[in-house]
Ligand binder design. Structure first.
Ligand SMILES: Cc1cc2nc3c(=O)[nH]c(=O)nc-3n(C[C@H](O)[C@H](O)[C@H](O)COP(=O)(O)OP(=O)(O)OC[C@H]3O[C@@H](n4cnc5c(N)ncnc54)[C@H](O)[C@@H]3O)c2cc1C
Length: 473
């Protein structure tokens, strides 16, 4: 009797969704030898996004907020690659490796956890003139830029230009906008001690939210609380106001007109990535992949989607794109894959969060847990405890804890770090692959020359051939 064929489970993405699915699958299938699990992602780490504002604020070291995914893999295999396309009918994923090789990876079960991209629609110029906060590079770039604004303002006499340099705008009333702005306020305020010509009252912080409520998708009561607390910190909070254009030196608000600034943190919405858009699966009106309550894609029982790229039905619409939801959805996806494989019944996803927390800087956070709102230092401690516990490894927790402890006793670090974009890295990978090819070619040519030389030497060293005796007539 032949062995049962290996079942291939392929998980796309190493974010909150992908990493949690893989960890759960490892636990469920640890003893099964006929199940292979492969994770494919463009980075070999997970970005712990709630800590990105603290990287921008120079509190947490970038690599401490990026746990490497291989540390929790035992059975699963990881492939660092860009997902280019998914051929649903052929059950194959097309990938591009960093050395520019491409491959087709077959699957029996597919989990799509490819997250989201920043949505710049409706604001011309936002894509090139603003900063977003979705990757480690984004956070470092924002910090460098803010420091550059302080450097420039320090030797600028013109009050209008100084005001432009010292105005910081965040667009968007979700986690990224609120927490990003909160950390910027702290960072700039602490850095001021090194810029003696700049006064605290010259700094201007503005938050513009298209929605009339902050944290609209998460908890509007908590959002109201955040608006109040940010206002108390001197932030000009504008609700029901859209950013309609961003240029190098201004934002245009509607209503509100043009505000001179060179720093816009763009966190005004997310969209699905072009690769998710290209996959031939049912989508909702925002382009998110439509799934059932069991997180299966409609009409494709062996394809699951979750996290920011999926429209997961809830009692009131769809679940919000949050890390909290992605983690919970992941456990259901892993259990449902196992149930489907074993012929069992699938579970519906249902989750009521215990509460929500948002950190707004200056040792301040706001929280609503079991319906009770609280803020200030206790909420800030709760925020830190919750996110510390959510970091996937002990090493990461210790590193972040040390970063937090050091930040409380040391002055602001105002070094501008060089940052490399993904494009730079891709270019370097291509250049390395090219160099390797040239090295291989020249090694091959040298080996051929060597063997020719050896053959020549061998023929020279051989005894002279016996002269042929003349034919006797
Ligand atoms: C600054 C900020 C703060 C936040 N704070 C909170 C918070 O406090 N609480 C909360 O609940 N939520 C928070 N969120 C939201 C939360 O981060 C997201 O909802 C969560 O990351 C979604 O998880 P995901 O796995 O679906 O996507 P992601 O975490 O974005 O992961 C997507 C993965 O797919 C990979 N990928 C994408 N495209 C490709 C491709 N073509 N090829 C290969 N790999 C690819 C990416 O590299 C990544 O590994 C915050 C978000 C931001 C930006």
């Amino acid at each position: 009797m032949g062995e049962a064929p290996m079942k291939q489970i392929v998980v796309l993405g190493s974010g909150f969704a992908g990493t949690t699915v893989v960890r759960e699958l490892e636990r469920i299938f640890r003893r099964e030898t006929d199940v292979a699990i492969t994770m494919i992602s463009r980075h070999n780490y997970m970005v712990f996004s709630p800590l990105l504002p603290e990287i921008a604020g120079n509190i947490v070291e970038p690599r401490h907020a990026a746990p490497p995914v291989r540390i929790f893999m035992r059975k699963a295999r990881f492939q660092q690659a860009e997902v280019l396309a998914v051929d649903v009918a052929a059950r194959q994923v097309q990938v591009l490796y960093p050395d520019q090789r491409t491959a087709q990876i077959s699957f029996d079960y597919l989990v799509i956890g490819l997250g989201s991209v920043t949505n710049y629609a409706h604001a011309p110029g936002a894509d090139v003139n603003s900063f977003d906060l979705k990757s480690l590079e984004d956070a470092i770039r924002l910090r460098n830029h803010v420091l550059l604004m302080l450097e420039l303002a320090d030797h600028t006499a013109d009050p209008a230009v100084r005001q432009e340099l010292l105005t910081f705008v965040a667009a968007g009333g979700g986690y990224a906008g609120l927490e990003g702005l909160g950390q910027l306020i702290d960072f700039v305020s602490k850095a001021l001690r090194y810029y003696p010509s700049l006064r605290r009252d010259e700094l201007r912080f503005l938050l513009a939210s298209h929605s009339r409520e902050l944290l609209k998708d998460v908890d509007t009561k908590l959002g109201g609380y955040v608006a109040q607390k940010l206002g108390e910190r001197g932030v000009d909070v504008r609700l029901g106001v859209s950013v309609t254009a961003v240029s190098e030196r201004a934002v245009v608000l509607e209503p509100g007109g043009s505000i001179p600034t060179r720093t816009v943190l763009w966190a005004a919405g997310i969209a699905v990535s072009p690769v998710v858009e290209s996959i031939d699966l049912p989508k909702d009106r925002h382009g998110a992949i439509k799934v059932s309550s069991a997180l299966q894609v409609e009409g494709h029982p062996q394809i699951f989607a979750l996290g920011d790229c999926a429209a997961v039905p809830s009692a009131t619409g769809t679940y919000a794109p949050t890390a909290q939801n992605a983690i919970r959805e992941a456990a259901t996806v892993a259990q449902n894959i196992a149930a489907h494989m074993r012929g069992g019944g699938l579970r519906a996803f249902h989750f009521v969060p215990m509460g929500s927390l948002a950190s707004i800087g200056h040792y301040q956070a706001v929280a609503r847990i079991f319906g009770v709102s609280f803020s200030g230092f206790p909420a800030w401690l709760a925020w830190r405890a919750v996110y510390l516990a959510k970091l996937p490894s002990l090493a990461q927790r210790v590193r972040v804890l040390l970063d937090w402890a050091l930040e409380m006793v040391l002055h602001a670090d105002i070094v501008q770090l060089p940052v490399m974009s993904s494009d730079d890295m891709r270019f370097m990978a291509m250049r390395d692959a090219h160099t390797k090819m040239i090295e291989q070619d020249s090694a091959h040519a040298e080996a051929q020359a060597d063997s020719r030389r050896q053959a020549q030497q061998a023929s020279e060293a051989a005894p002279a051939a016996t002269p042929v005796a003349p034919l006797e007539g």
